[in-house]
Ligand binder design. Sequence first.
Ligand code: 13P
Ligand code: ZN
Length: 270
Amino acid sequence: MKDILDSPFIKKMIEITSNMYRLGWDERNGGNISLLLAEDEVAPYLDVSDVKRRIPTGFSAPELEGKYFLVTGTGKYFRLVASEPDVTLGVVRLADGGKTAELLWGYTDGGKFTSEFPAHMMSHVARLSVDPENRVVMHCHPTNTLAMNYIHPLDDRSFTRTLWQMCTECIVVFPEGVGVLPWMLCGTNEIGAATAEKMKLYRTVVWGMHGLYGAGKTMDEAFGLIETVEKAAQIFMLTAGMPRINTIRDDELRTLAEAFGVDYRRDFLD
Ligand code: 13P
Ligand code: ZN
């Protein structure tokens, strides 16, 4: 059996969480990540018949029966993932129609998966229904996106339009736009279901006055989406309250989207 700490998925998780921490997106235990793994990715590193613990999830997700996930632990600090991977991370397999998570590795201090597990798993179901190659759901608290939440209307169309106007490449990176949820209680099945509903349309979802979700085929795609939204929000915040004398006009956004051949939300432009 190979050492799981040498696996590409643990190495990538360490790289991504360390970067997210340094970018200021994940203070204290803020943020969580889930990565869908194929059994043949996991099998060289783990005895998949050796279940350490069976942990109730509090929801059902029959679509994910038997699926493996690498998931950050609840209360764990992204800052410490690199030095304590076996405590801060876990590999689980969903059983009993998603009602149970079978722990195969990690959470060695007796901990468990993130409190946002419902939002992650329901988002995986939603993304897989529209993109069978989706593997990643990522949540964090990026500073400027959060700041923008307090001074900008929280609806999909206007939030997306503003972000698209802030950096030329935004409409190319997230042509489908960004979904926006109002403030809701986190850690619940309700916010999970609301996030998943948005995830059928968008790979990026804002949680009002809380943070951001990104999804993708790879860790780099999800990270890159969050990074691009956060950059646009930073430009918005740097220019907020100042007279705006230039913008990227709707006809220019349309020209851009067409030049790059992306399928964009045409109804988000005037
Ligand atoms: P966890 O520590 O349970 O992952 O929660 C962090 C967080 O960001 C909640 O939204
Ligand atoms: Zn959060």
